[in-house]
Design a protein around this ligand. Structure first.
Ligand SMILES: Nc1ncnc2c1ncn2[C@@H]1O[C@H](COP(=O)(O)OP(=O)(O)OP(=O)(O)O)[C@@H](O)[C@H]1O
Length: 231
C-alpha cells in the first residue's frame, strides 16, 4: 500500500500540489490523469523521493520514503530517459537491472522473450547504444527495465506517449495482463483517457495540483472523463 498524507509542494510562492490523502492498496492499478502542469509527474517524483514535499508524508508499504531507503528493494519506475544509461546496449542495460533485482540470467532471458512482440525486432541484437535508439524504442527499453523482476510497485509516467499505435496496443495488453496475473501495484499517468481507463482499476484526476475526481473504473468512466475534460 502507498499512502500520501497532507502533501503539498511549493516552488517559491507557487503551490503545485495539494493532496489531503491518497491511499493506493497493494495490487491496484492506479491511473493518474490531468492537464499539462496538473502535478502528475510531481506526485510520482515525490513517491520516488526524487524531490521532497513542502509538507506531508509518503509511505510505500509503511516505509517513509523520505527517511528510509528500503522501498527501493520492491519499487521500480520509468519516468523519462534520465532513467536509462545511454552508453549501454539494451541487453547490457537489462543485465544491469537484473543484477540489481537479483534476477538470474535464465530468468532474465525468459522474461525478455515475453517482450519480443513489444520489441518488434528493433531492440535486442541490434548492437546499438541506448542513446542511439529512437525515442519510442528508448521508452520500450525503459518500461521493460521497470518490469524486470516483477517489482511489487511499478511507476510509469506517460508510458504510451511517443509510442506508435501498434506498440500502444501491445503495451496496453501487457499492462492489463500484469495487473490480472500478479499482485504488483501499478501507478500510471497518461493523457490518453481511453488507454488509462482500459488499463487501470482506479482513476484519479488532478487539476492544478488538487484531486478533483477519484473514480473506480467502470463502463461509464471514459465518458465521464471525456465530458469532464471537454467542459
Ligand atoms: N523544478 C521546478 N521549479 C518550478 N516549478 C516546477 C518545477 N517542476 C515542476 N514545476 C511546476 O509544477 C507544476 C506541475 O508540473 P508537473 O510536471 O508535475 O505536471 P504534469 O501534470 O506532469 O504535466 P504534463 O502533463 O505537462 O507532463 C507545473 O506548473 C510545473 O511548471
Amino acid at each position: 500500500m502507498i499512502s500520501a498524507t497532507e502533501i503539498t509542494k511549493k516552488y517559491g510562492d507557487k503551490q503545485v500540489l495539494n493532496i489531503e490523502e491518497i491511499t493506493i492498496p497493494s495490487g491496484q492499478s492506479f491511473g493518474l490523469v490531468g492537464n499539462n502542469g496538473a502535478g502528475k509527474t510531481t506526485f510520482f517524483n515525490l513517491i520516488l523521493d526524487l524531490i521532497q514535499p513542502t509538507t506531508g508524508k509518503i509511505k510505500n508499504k509503511e516505509v517513509d520514503v523520505r527517511h528510509n531507503e528500503d522501498w527501493k528493494n520492491f519499487t521500480s519506475a520509468y519516468l523519462d530517459e534520465s532513467f536509462l544509461i545511454g552508453y549501454l546496449k539494451p541487453e547490457e542495460y537489462f543485465e544491469f537491472i537484473a543484477k540489481l533485482r537479483n534476477v538470474n540470467d535464465a530468468d532474465l532471458q525468459n522474461a525478455l522473450m515475453q517482450y519480443e512482440e513489444l520489441f518488434n525486432g528493433e531492440i535486442l541484437g541490434q548492437k546499438k547504444f541506448l542513446r542511439d535508439l529512437s525515442k519510442g524504442n528508448q521508452k520500450k527499453v525503459g518500461i521493460v527495465g521497470a518490469l524486470i523482476g516483477q517489482p511489487e510497485v511499478i511507476v510509469l509516467d506517460e508510458p504510451f506517449a511517443n509510442l506508435d499505435p501498434t506498440t500502444q496496443i501491445k503495451l496496453k495488453k501487457l499492462l492489463k495482463e500484469l495487473n490480472q496475473t500478479t499482485n504488483s501495484t501499478l501507478l500510471i499517468s497518461s493523457h490518453d483517457l481511453g488507454h488509462i481507463t482500459e488499463v487501470c482499476d482506479r482513476i484519479v484526476v488532478l487539476e492544478k495540483g488538487e484531486v478533483t475526481k477519484d473514480l473506480k473504473t467502470s463502463e461509464e468512466t471514459l465518458k465521464e472523463l471525456e465530458i469532464f475534460f471537454s467542459s
